[in-house]
Write a protein that binds this ligand. Structure first.
Ligand code: E4P
Length: 218
């Protein structure tokens, strides 16, 4: 499973990248705003800065909701760097834009997926990735992981190349469960990625090893 980090924070991106396990980055307009990145030029430059840190796919989201606007933005975003994947919202105009952009060889990530029917539509349009938001489904007392399983089944039935990018990941169990189900990619915060490494028995065991080594090598 590929690991993407879901942030626009350059320090977090650098820290995850330095672990050597990072395959890409996803951002969204809210994450950009959280980092204080505003204004078209600054936003574009921020995508370039991210691409200069990580050698992997970087999702850059359009802000238009009409076909013409989305393809104009999508073409401009894709021209920024070879690793840019244009993030398009799951609306009918977005489906048209995904079809158009994929026909031009521009890779897309269909975002805000909350049902398997939406994922099927995006795959048929040629999306490179679909992003089901599992945490936001959990937030409304729905099982987000069930959606990943449904999409996995549908994509496998028809051998779609579209990758399932499990998004809105909130904690390490989301990552583990997504890996069990067979999501192609997960995108989550640095905290969830780092939490995978933690186990109290590891800490205790290491403490003991270090103590025993120190005692025998005084
Ligand atoms: C996906 O690409 C989105 O940026 C993200 O995963 C949304 O996560 P949230 O529900 O935690 O905001």
């Amino acid at each position: 499973m590929k690991f993407f980090i879901d942030t626009a924070n350059l320090n977090d991106i650098r820290e995850a990248n330095d672990l050597g396990i990072l395959d890409g980055v996803t951002t969204n307009p809210s994450l950009m705003a959280k980092e204080g990145i505003t204004g078209a030029e600054n936003i574009l430059q921020h995508y370039v800065d991210i691409c200069n840190i990580v050698d992997g796919d970087v999702s850059a989201e359009v802000n238009s909701v009409d076909f013409e606007g989305m393809i104009k933005e999508g073409v401009a975003l894709a021209a920024l760097h070879k690793n840019i994947v244009v993030k398009i919202p799951m609306i009918l105009e977005g489906i048209k834009a995904i079809k158009y952009l994929s026909g031009k060889g521009i890779r897309t990530n269909c975002t805000l997926i909350f049902s398997s029917g939406q994922a099927l539509l995006a795959a048929k349009a040629g999306a490179t990735y679909v992003s089901p938001f599992i945490g936001r489904l959990d937030d409304i007392s729905t099982n987000g992981l069930d959606l990943i399983a449904q999409i996995r089944l549908i994509f496998d039935n028809y051998a779609y190349n579209t990758e399932i990018l499990a998004a809105s990941v909130r904690h390490p169990m989301h990552i583990i469960n997504c890996a069990e189900i067979g999501a192609d990619v997960m995108t989550g915060p640095l905290s969830a990625i780092k939490a995978l490494a933690k186990h109290p028995l590891t800490d205790l065991g290491l403490q003991q090893f270090l103590a025993d080594f120190a005692a025998g090598n005084k």
